[in-house]
Each structure stands twice: as structure tokens, then as C-alpha cells.
Design a protein around this ligand. Structure first.
Ligand code: DQA
Length: 141
């Protein structure tokens, strides 16, 4: 069975109550339940959320060393973090970048992703389904 790590960055612990007009009413716990249901026997999932850049760096490094695929919503660090980018490229982790919202339809500072060039692909704008699509992409690859 494949092992997949689902990582969420800063402020994503607030999903469900945070700007619901943009991010909807689904919580991170709901997303975890949906992913576990969808994965079924196909993958063993682990989950992590942190508001701290360094903790995300460490988890990505570990996933890369262990050959574990990563579904990553890096939140605002997507747009700022050279450290996350280096963790992905340096560890060789297979990472799919996801976003709940369509970042390209929002403020211009959200249009640039520092991590996208070192990710396997990017899925944005489908709400909680973004995570499920990333799961399917990892399992297909
Ligand atoms: C987000 C988009 C980011 O621009 C933002 O900083 C977030 C959430 C999303 O899932 O739509 O925290 O990654």
C-alpha cells in the first residue's frame, strides 16, 4: 500500500471558520475524513498541519528520505518560502501543490508560487476536492 503524507501550512487549521466566502465551510478534519474514505485500501494516509515553516521543512525532508508522496497546501508560504522549495528539491520528495481557492483569480501576490517549479503538479480552486484530485494524481503516478 502506498504511503502518502497530507501537509497543511499556516492558518489552514482555521478552515471552516476562516473567510468562508473564500475557503468554504469544510474543516481540515472533514477533509481528512474525505481523503481517508477516498483512499480506502489504496493508500495509507498521514496528516500534519503546522503554522511553523521549519516544521513543514522537516516533515518534507523526512517524506523525501522515506519515499513518501506529499500533498502540500503550504498556505501563504507557497508565495514566500525558499526554504520549503529547497526542502522539496533537496529531499527529492514527490509533492503535489494544492490550494482550496483559485489563487490565480485572487490578489496578484498569490499568483506566484515559489514551490510550483519543484512540485509534480499544482491543483487549485476546487475547494476540498483539490485534495482528493491530488490524491488521485499521486496514486495514478
Ligand atoms: C491557500 C491560498 C493561499 O494564498 C493562502 O495564503 C492560504 C490558503 C488556499 O488553499 O487557497 O492560506 O493556500
Amino acid at each position: 500500500m502506498r504511503s502518502i503524507l497530507v501537509l497543511n501550512g499556516p492558518n489552514l487549521n482555521l478552515l471552516g471558520t476562516r473567510e468562508p466566502g473564500i475557503y468554504g465551510a469544510t474543516t481540515l478534519a472533514d477533509i481528512e475524513t474525505r481523503l481517508r474514505e477516498r483512499a480506502g485500501e489504496r493508500a495509507e494516509l498521514a496528516f500534519g498541519q503546522s503554522n511553523h515553516e521549519g516544521e513543514l521543512v522537516t516533515w518534507i525532508q523526512e517524506a523525501g528520505c522515506d519515499g513518501i508522496g506529499v500533498i502540500l497546501n503550504a498556505g501563504a508560504y507557497t508565495h514566500t518560502s525558499i526554504a520549503l522549495r529547497d526542502a522539496i528539491s533537496g529531499s527529492g520528495a514527490t509533492v503535489i501543490e494544492v490550494h482550496v481557492s483559485n489563487v490565480h483569480a485572487r490578489e496578484s501576490f498569490r499568483h506566484r508560487s515559489l514551490i510550483a517549479p519543484v512540485c509534480r503538479g499544482v491543483i487549485a480552486g476546487f475547494g476540498p476536492l483539490s485534495y482528493e484530485l491530488a490524491l488521485e494524481a499521486l496514486l495514478a503516478g
